[in-house]
Design a protein around this ligand. Structure first.
Ligand code: ZN
Length: 297
């Protein structure tokens, strides 16, 4: 946030207490430490992906989105084909759109950016892995000098409402609109009737972080190049939607037609299912959902 407004004349001063330094020196605690939740069997995952055969592929045109279906146990890849391009991914339970990807909890569980072995979790009351990342050719990137990483679960998606708020113009090909059109086509409905199903995304291939001084969300040119891909195991039957962001490589702008924009490819693979015979497929959370509201005793 830009905090300069807090220092304007006439604002009540904020005075640090005498023990401010010692209060600040409290040690951080990881909220969800590694090892407290069940991790995927990476060796089994690797064995399965070595047997897989491509069964389907589709292209997502620039500044547009497409839906795709993946059965539990299949793998899917998002592939860079023509040039550096960021993708905005939504996932739903193929049988129930009320179960969908939960970017915020995925961030809390795994961190601001996701990679091999991390899960994409669904919302409450389901809260289970929808997909597990099985490969990522950009796994070498890590965090750079600016603190930026790849595939964030920080950003929400570019959308026409924020654009209108900030720029006063209507732009129809931001990721929210692209995802809404694609889902509307899938469901044979109007975008405005289904856009509430579109949710915070996984920012595929996007290179982002928080500035060190003001902690503002920033983006920089994606290091993705044609041939790079991120790959997932579907943990449940999925309906997915992917938007090729109008920001292109997201080096400068989005929510306009200014950036160079490229297509993305989605590939779906079938593995030898015997390699996954011991895989523990996730059920919805077993929490009883009474929330303390039931009679005692
Ligand atoms: Zn976008």
């Amino acid at each position: 946030m830009d905090r300069s407004h807090r220092d304007q004349p006439g604002m009540s001063p904020i005075i640090a207490p005498a023990d401010a330094a010692s209060r600040r020196a409290a040690k951080p605690t990881i909220v969800y430490p590694a090892g407290t939740m069940p991790g995927p069997d990476l060796a089994a995952l690797e064995q399965a992906r070595r047997t897989m055969v491509k069964t389907h592929e589709l292209t997502v045109p620039p500044r547009d989105a497409r839906t795709f279906r993946v059965a539990r146990g299949q793998f899917f890849r998002i592939v860079s084909i023509d040039g550096p391009q960021v993708g905005d991914l939504n996932l739903w339970n193929a049988e129930d759109l009320s179960e969908r990807f939960f970017s915020g909890k995925t961030r809390a569980l795994h961190g601001t950016h996701v990679g091999i072995g991390d899960r994409l979790w669904s919302n409450m009351p389901y809260l289970r892995p929808m997909a597990t990342i099985s490969h990522d050719t950009l796994g070498w990137y890590g965090f750079d000098e600016d603190g930026a990483g790849i595939h964030d679960v920080i950003g929400t998606r570019c959308d026409p409402y924020t654009n209108l708020l900030l720029n006063g113009t209507a732009y129809d090909f931001s990721c929210h609109s692209n995802l809404s059109r694609a889902l509307a086509a899938e469901l044979e409905m109007e975008p405005r009737a289904i856009e509430h199903h579109v949710h915070d995304v996984l920012n595929v291939f996007m290179c982002t972080g928080f500035t060190r001084d003001t902690h503002q969300y920033f983006m920089k040119a994606s290091p993705v190049r044609p041939g790079d891909f991120i790959e997932f195991l579907a943990e449940i039957d999925l309906l997915g939607a992917l938007s090729a962001c109008p920001g292109g490589d997201c080096s400068a702008t989005h929510s306009s037609d200014a950036a160079a924009c490229h297509a993305l490819k989605i590939e779906i693979f079938e593995p030898d299912r015997t390699t996954l015979k011991d895989w523990s497929w996730p059920s919805p959370s077993a929490y009883h959902r009474r929330h303390g509201g039931h009679a005692q005793g």
